[in-house]
Write a protein that binds this ligand. Sequence first.
Ligand code: NAD
Length: 461
Amino acid sequence: MASPSAGTTIAPPARPQTAPGAAAPAQPRRLPLKVFEELEIVRDPANLFHQTIETVLIAADLVGLKHHQQIILAQPKNEIMVHFPVLMDSGHHQLFKGYRVQHNNALGPYKGGLRFHPHVSLDDVKSLAVLMTMKTSLVRVPFGGGKGGVKCDPRKLSRSELMRVTRRFCSAISHQIGPDYDIPAPDVGTNAQVMAWFADTYAQMTPESSRYNSAAVVTGKPVDMGGSLGREKATGQGLVDVLKEMLHELDIDIGSMTYSLIGFGNVGGWTGRLLSQLGAKLVAVLDHTGAIHNAKGIDTTALSAHVDSTSGVGGFKGADAMTTDQFYSCKVDVFIPCALEQMVTAKEAKMIQAKVVAEGANAPTTPEGDAVLLSRGIEILPAILCNAGGVTVSYFEWVQNRSSVYWSADKVDEELDRHMVMAARRTKVARHKYGCDMRTAAYCAAIEQIGKVYDLRGVFP
Ligand code: NAD
């Protein structure tokens, strides 16, 4: 194995040694400055892509990943940016900006969601594509990592405008994606209907003789159009599977624990409903419409109905309104962010009164927030582990599309649970082996696998 890359040594955040799988003391982290310099990246600590690459390179250094492989992982393979006009209901045309970033395909076709959001930017999409490479490797599904998005506010688009944005975006990138090459899926601001429009548009652009398999170009489709049973709840279900595997070692009983959620959309809503079925008590929720609290427990089914009809948790009758600061300070066993990136900064991390933070969202914690949580002895279960259930069932959907054999809901759940439990155990083993925090351990377990494959393949020619 290659020697660790040169870099500045920084002290690791202090963490308690009683956590699951902890064996050796945490090693000092080395900032991967050499790779940054070599790639002429001017490191900006506030840049999400730079933060993500730093985490990757710190773990790569720990596992002894060869230098040229570190360089490969530090940049996406392809960054596609498109501008496309869309006819709006008003009769005018509006120009939209879309992205598809293909980070790495060493383990299989690029895979990752499509986000429709006003703040979509190239660096954020690059960061999310890297996270996908890590996730697919950690759960050992044969995909690489990609991500895409359109800078738009889907809440302000009519249904027909949303359909036209989706179709024009698909047509703009149609030559750079495909069932064997790059397979998008839903993310924030997109859903099964958007995937249905996307798949149909791709089919129209495919010669009729090869259309048979074209629906496999996206996952997260409606079940009636080739989607998988269990895909809609998959990310929440996977998170619950991880909690079942991890919490008992932290002396938390999942059936009687209290928890809070940021976000009650796909991931937060399903996590809430599934945890309620196990007996856990949801005491507080924050979303873009406000924060709510009920010490006796929030009825997650009633809250879902409220969110479906009003689009947010604000005004829910079964709980009291609270401020954002009160939400973060609310005492719970497990704190579960399931909304956007970078919501838990050092400020929020100082307020959180939980034993465990389980990251349902991608990159919800800033590096400063991370350091504060760890120094306070709060265990962090990282996003690349906790939210990998979505891509895992997406893989099952792709397998079903390609084989034309469709699975029962029980089989999907059983296979998902197996993948999530194995990923959690890989993370615990890596933590033990490398004496690091749980986030670094998950990245180590993912990168070890990518390194093995690159060692076997070599680099062409
Ligand atoms: P979603 O659009 O269904 O829900 C997003 C939630 O975030 C909503 O409840 C919204 O109210 C809340 N939110 C938005 N802005 C907020 C703000 N400023 N403050 C508080 N809450 C706010 O999205 P989702 O699919 O549930 O995705 C949530 C996160 O999980 C994202 O980071 C996404 O990348 C990640 N993720 C999703 C999946 C999936 O299968 N859907 C898979 C893996 C990771």
